[in-house]
Design a protein around this ligand. Structure first.
Ligand SMILES: Nc1nc(=O)c2c([nH]1)NC[C@@H]1CN(c3ccc(C(=O)N[C@@H](CCC(=O)O)C(=O)O)cc3)C=[N+]21
Length: 383
């Protein structure tokens, strides 16, 4: 992603962008309203969630029949302040993730009672990148919270490809492991494809296996696993009451982790999807025509307020570490979206941190649970 993303960023910077300062007062006002509205939204979202049990297996049926359109849920009520300025919903990923984890821990408990086993997730971490180390920490912590067993293989950055493959193979053969994940990126000298190809298809909880991606793309088929980040984006939209049918969604980025699987998953939900990337000539024009913008470019502050249509829904998948000496680990995370600007234009937006990240981890736990359920014959649930 590096060079291409930088190229896109450079191209963007050359265009004239509105000065951040001129938008600040609006932004502050927007944020103020947002905070008040956020509490309201959280309560409303909780009520909505508690009435829906369609949590871990989004319906990915496919049809051109017009009847589902008629049956589609009405749009959620829009909030308007007294002066009729629209308010923005800050989508609370942390609380959505918490609800998902609660449901998973209940299912793990039932599994333990029924078959005497719990799901197991194995993570392979190569090298000592600080950001990868903390993502892996979040995954292990998530497992602990729901009663999933976690195993971690930590290998030094200068180890051989064969050592990584061996460690994956051991987890493939371990019956107490239902999900195997190799944390990306791998060190430069390693062949990522080769290593990922060794993960057993029925333990591929990241959903990167070509057969899982292929089956996601072929709409009459059901993949065993779908990418956690893609599922997180869908979950955040559905739980926020945002209908996807016929909506124009623009996805920024085409990676196998986010952009590509998200575009496939949202098409299965009848959205009209544009995928844009570093070589797209007019990214700003395309996003400005979109009802929903999902950014997964890995470039801090790439998406400015001017990129968005009034009332757009913004899902920010970016987790870009930026130096911050005041923060505990010497860096903090920032998204792809210039939040202060976007919050004045969007109708709903995910923050970073506290948006897509926690839900992505919850989906990893959900995929691991589904895998174990398949092994123990507890259901034929689909991702
Ligand atoms: N094989 C593989 N699978 C992945 O799913 C994968 C990967 N490699 N490599 C890196 C990316 C990145 N990723 C994140 C997951 C959760 C947060 C997350 O929970 N973020 C918290 C951060 C809290 C904080 O640090 O302040 C939040 O956004 O609130 C972030 C990033 C998974 N990835």
């Amino acid at each position: 992603m590096g060079a291409a993303a930088v190229a896109l960023l450079a191209a963007t910077r050359r265009r004239s962008t509105p000065p951040v300062t001129s938008l600040l007062s609006r932004a502050v006002r927007g944020l103020h309203e947002a905070t008040a509205a956020a509490e309201e939204d959280r309560a409303r979202a909780r009520r909505r969630r508690s009435s829906s049990s369609r949590l871990l297996g989004p319906d990915i049926s496919d049809t051109w029949d017009p009847s589902p359109r008629a049956a589609a849920r009405p749009p959620p009520p829009r909030d308007y302040a007294v002066d009729c300025e629209p308010t923005v919903t800050i989508i609370d990923g942390k609380s959505i993730a918490e609800d998902i984890r609660l449901q998973i821990s209940e299912e793990v408990r039932q599994m333990k009672n029924a078959v005497g086993h719990v799901p197991g997730l194995a993570v392979v971490l190569v090298g000592d990148r600080r950001d990868s180390q903390s993502y892996v920490r979040f995954k292990v912590k998530g497992c602990e919270e729901v009663g999933i067993k976690s195993l971690l293989a930590e290998l030094p950055g200068n180890c051989t490809e064969d050592e990584v493959v061996d460690s994956v193979a051991r987890f493939n053969d371990d019956p107490s492991v239902h999900g195997v994940l190799v944390q990306l990126p791998l060190p430069q000298h390693m062949d990522e494809e080769k290593i990922l190809n060794t993960i057993s298809l029925d333990k591929d909880v990241d959903g990167f296996h070509p057969l899982n991606v292929g089956n996601l793309a072929l709409r009459s088929r059901k993949p065993l696993f779908v990418s956690c980040a893609a599922k997180a984006c869908l979950e955040l939209l559905l739980q926020s009451g945002i209908d996807l049918m016929g909506k124009h969604v623009t996805i920024i980025g085409r990676s196998k982790v986010v952009g590509l699987p998200t575009s496939l998953l949202l098409q299965r939900h009848h959205a009209t999807v544009s995928v844009i990337h570093a070589f797209t000539a007019n990214p700003e024009e395309i996003t400005r025509e979109s009802d929903i913008v999902i950014s997964a470019a890995g470039v801090a502050n790439l998406v400015r307020g001017s990129w968005l249509k009034q009332g757009a829904v913004v899902i920010d998948v970016g987790t870009n570490p930026v130096e911050d000496p005041d923060s505990d680990y010497g860096y903090r995370l920032t998204g792809d979206v210039c939040f202060e600007e976007a919050v004045t234009v969007a109708s709903a937006i995910t923050p970073v941190p506290g948006g897509v990240g926690p839900v992505t981890i919850a989906m990893l736990l959900a995929n691991t649970l589904d895998s174990a359920k398949r092994v123990y014959g507890l259901s034929d649930s689909t991702p």
